[in-house]
Design a protein around this ligand. Structure first.
Ligand SMILES: C[S@@+](CC[C@H](N)C(=O)[O-])C[C@H]1O[C@@H](n2cnc3c(N)ncnc32)[C@H](O)[C@@H]1O
Length: 335
């Protein structure tokens, strides 16, 4: 059967998507959405602000206007388009994601997707000679955009988590791999009777400024979640932790939690759950992103999560969707 013209159009859109992504992300990196947020500016004004030659900048801006990131008024005036608004540099913005996805080390790693698929190894390490976390620790630009992206994601996810799950029935929560404490801090502030433990690597927990002022109710414990986690909590949270690891290591983390937790305690993993019906969603993109960027990390379907939970000796309670791409995957420690 010959391909329908519509299929050719849709395919061309896909084939050029990565190149258009570069256009959108460069406009974001140049902070053009912020520059035109309060009113349109001329090409020459934008050239002066960005330090770019007007002749080539004009071609970039014309392409961005065709993609609704900017608007054009006349030949050489540009305003803010509907897709430019969420790229402005402010809380909840997608700017950090735009910057990270086209940062040279990530772009090069995606260019070596074939290596990751053929070997199961991280193509980020293959191309850059170090893991994403290692490089973010020494490359100032990468470190800045990576942490900005993590923070921006967390800012969007926390309200969604708080509104989706009933935390009021717990007395002591442990955020396993809780990073800098943003989720735990928000939880304790929303539930004044709740106590909490932030558990992460020893070098990370002292940086948890989100827990400042909560010393009476928040403990910080440093350690290795493959060996031990704090005992006697009735809720263990794992936000975007299991997706960093292959099945064997993910089961190991869950098993350590089951051994430390009291019978009846709940274990809730916050994850991008891959839809079982092959519909393309953010989790599907993130799964390939994890293949490229991490060493063994992956996104899973609800059934795959349930298998991990069972293997760790937990009772699966199902996956709770939210109004955002994350889900809450719940299990109970057997009585
Ligand atoms: C992807 S981050 C998620 C952080 C946080 N939960 C969030 O959603 O923003 C994974 C976290 O796991 C922590 N981590 C990695 N290996 C660990 C280990 N062996 N023991 C404890 N924490 C670890 C990292 O320091 C990091 O904070």
């Amino acid at each position: 059967m010959t391909a329908l013209p519509d299929a050719r159009v849709a395919l061309t859109r896909l084939l050029t998507a990565g190149l258009l992504q570069q256009v959108v992300c460069l406009v974001a990196r140049l902070r053009i959405p912020d520059a035109v947020a309060d009113g349109s500016l001329s090409l020459n004004e934008l050239a002066e602000r960005t330090g770019m030659p007007a002749a080539t900048l004009g071609r970039l801006l014309r392409a961005a206007a065709a993609l609704d990131v900017l608007t054009t008024e006349g030949d050489d005036r540009y305003g803010l388009g509907s897709l430019g608004e969420p790229l402005r540099d402010r809380p909840g913005s997608l700017l950090a994601q735009a910057e990270l996805l086209t940062t040279p080390s990530l772009w090069a790693a995606w260019g070596a997707l074939d290596h990751a698929v053929a070997t199961g190894e991280s193509s980020f390490r293959y191309v850059n000679g170090a893991s994403l976390f290692e490089l973010a620790g020494v490359d100032e630009q990468l470190g800045r955009v990576f942490h900005a992206w993590m923070t921006a994601q967390t800012e969007l996810q926390i309200p969604v988590i708080l509104e989706t799950y009933d935390f009021s029935r717990f007395s002591r929560v442990c955020d396993v791999g809780g990073g800098r404490g943003s989720l735990l801090g928000a939880l304790l502030r929303a539930h004044p009777n709740l106590k909490g433990v932030l558990f992460d690597l020893p070098e990370t927990v002292p940086q948890a400024s989100a827990l400042d002022g909560l010393e009476e109710r928040a403990e910080r414990v440093g350690g290795d979640f493959f060996a031990t986690v704090p005992a006697e909590c009735d809720l263990y949270l794992l936000k975007l932790v299991l997706h960093d690891w292959d099945d064997e290591r993910a089961v190991q983390i869950l098993r350590v939690i089951r051994e430390a937790a009291s019978p009846g305690a709940r274990v809730v993993a916050v994850e991008f759950v891959v839809p079982a019906d092959a519909q393309f969603g953010y989790a599907t993109f993130m799964d390939i992103n994890m293949l490229v960027l991490t060493e063994g990390g992956r996104e899973r379907t609800a059934a795959e999560h349930a298998n991990l939970q069972k293997e760790a000796g937990l009772e699966p309670l199902g996956s709770i969707p939210t109004r955002s791409p994350i889900s809450l995957v719940e299990a109970a420690v057997p009585l």
